[in-house]
Write a protein that binds this ligand. Structure first.
Ligand SMILES: Nc1ncnc2c1ncn2[C@@H]1O[C@H](COP(=O)(O)OP(=O)(O)O)[C@@H](O)[C@H]1O
Ligand SMILES: O=C(O)[C@@H](O)C(=O)COP(=O)(O)O
Length: 441
């Protein structure tokens, strides 16, 4: 109670700073699964942004995964300060479960800055996400049993990951020393983890990689993370924290999908998305965007928009730049890595905004950077999180007037038939229009 005798509005129990859009939605889906009402903003909201009542988890999705460290630090501190201004006392930094960062990696500088700003002495570093095959053992990151550097992530177009040793990766980026809590300790439970973290901190190792092989390990780590002002990792540890918190308040907010036609937009070149595109293309209208042809002016956004609009009514066409590593390398040789990426991102963003203007309302998007570009082009500021389609990929609807339904898929996630599954879920959740003169369903 406050001094007016009324219940003060409780602050969200978790504030999240995520380094990309699909990373944020990945975490959002897991947290919402345990009953926390979750809202995700794109970029740092301004001081006038209203937070709906009874929100349990507020996420700020940045686009900082590949930006220079100074920029990532400034954006992350701004996100922290805004979260603090709405009363959040526990911050979670969400990076990729495959620890994606460039050569001038910015995860270290962001953790250094947030450790200082929050005053946290023991910074848990735990990218483990067992449901999506990411585990950490003796400080090494595994992806479905392969070490990170031997997994398909070694061929990522922008952040190729060629080392699996998290301590080595972080030491190269951070001004802090980096410790380890090995699995043998984690298996001993939360108290053992807390003691080991304290030992590492008193030896001067402020950032501490913590092993986790499964959800039971994450539950032990979550016990400790919930006593900290700052914790960091992928969606896995945040999900374990949400499980411990349980149904925070009133349960998930009502979730209404607007009606309209769908389009699938894919800019991810991950192994998982390449397979999803290949299977979907075989049975649905599809249009390939080629960065070299776009750059030289022999292909235009108009071509893709016209193609989608000429596709059979009710179909969900695919527009994609998804390509295999040789094709990507060729485009990068000709255009440069960043230019190839931005040509594709700009084109997919423009395709999306033109299709929205002509009435399309369902957008299924593959790729983190790609999703960021599309959401920006659509002018979406925030989304409400709905049910999950696959681990780490929830259905979402934009907040405010004229909503659109968005499925923002991390490149690596989803089964082989993901696009068909997502479109089916969208159809199932869209209210059927009432017959003329009838009562709406
Ligand atoms: N054909 C292509 N050639 C070069 N770069 C591409 C091509 N298609 C997509 N890209 C770029 O590759 C990057 C893929 O990253 P992203 O969208 O985050 O996918 P993921 O989630 O798989 O990492 C984007 O920046 C995108 O613009
Ligand atoms: O943690 C994860 O693996 C994802 O949430 C994620 O961040 C993936 O990144 P993208 O593949 O760039 O979408």
């Amino acid at each position: 109670m406050n001094d007016t005798g009324l219940n003060a509005r409780p602050a969200p129990w978790l504030g999240v700073i995520a380094d990309d859009v699909t990373g944020a939605t990945d975490l959002a889906g897991y947290v919402a699964r345990s009953g926390s009402t979750t809202i995700q903003f794109f970029g740092v909201p301004n001081a006038r942004t209203a937070i709906p009542a009874d929100v349990d988890c507020v996420i700020v999705a940045l686009k900082s995964r590949s930006t220079p460290p100074e920029e990532a630090v400034a954006d992350s501190l701004a996100a922290h300060d805004w979260l603090a201004s709405i009363g959040v006392e526990r911050i979670y930094v969400k990076y990729c479960s495959t620890f994606d960062s460039t050569d001038r990696g910015n995860i270290g500088p962001v953790l250094d800055a947030l450790a200082e700003r929050t005053g946290e002495r023991e910074v848990i570093v735990c990218p483990s996400a067992p449901e999506n095959g990411r585990t950490v053992y003796q400080g090494k990151l595994f992806v479905w049993g392969q070490t990170l550097d031997e997994s398909p992530l070694r061929e990522h177009p922008v952040n190729p990951m060629r080392d699996a040793d998290l301590r080595r990766l972080l030491v190269a980026q951070s001004r802090e020393s980096v410790g380890l809590v090995p699995w043998q300790v984690v298996a001993g439970g939360g108290t053992a983890v807390a003691e080991a973290l304290a030992t590492e901190a008193s030896a001067g190792r402020r950032h501490v990689v913590v092993d986790a092989l499964d959800d039971a390990d994450l539950d032990s780590i979550a016990e400790v993370a919930l006593t900290h002002r700052l914790a960091t990792g992928s969606a896995g540890l945040a999900a374990a924290m949400a499980r411990k918190v349980g149904l925070a308040r009133s349960g998930p907010a009502p979730f209404v999908v607007p009606s309209g036609d769908a389009v699938v937009l894919s800019g991810s070149c991950s192994a998982a998305t390449r397979r999803q595109v290949e299977l979907f293309r075989a049975q649905n209208p599809s249009f390939e965007l080629d960065p070299i042809r776009l750059a030289e002016g022999s292909q235009f956004v108009d071509d893709a928009v016209s193609f989608v609009e000429a596709s059979p009514a009710g179909s969900a066409p695919l527009v994609y730049s998804t390509a295999d590593p040789e094709q990507v390398a060729h485009a990068q040789d000709v255009l440069g890595v960043q230019r190839a990426a931005s040509i594709v991102e700009d084109a997919l963003g423009e395709v999306a905004s033109r299709l929205r203007a002509s009435g399309r309302r369902h957008f299924v998007i593959a790729g983190g950077e790609t999703s960021g570009a599309v959401v920006h082009a659509l002018g979406v500021d925030s989304i409400v999180i709905g049910p999950e389609i696959a681990p780490g990929v929830p259905l979402t609807v934009s907040a405010g007037d004229h909503p659109v339904a968005l499925v923002l898929k991390s490149g690596n996630f989803g089964g082989e038939r993901f696009f068909t599954e997502a479109l089916g879920r969208l159809r199932d959740l869209t209210p059927t229009p009432a017959p003329m003169g009838g009562t709406p369903s």
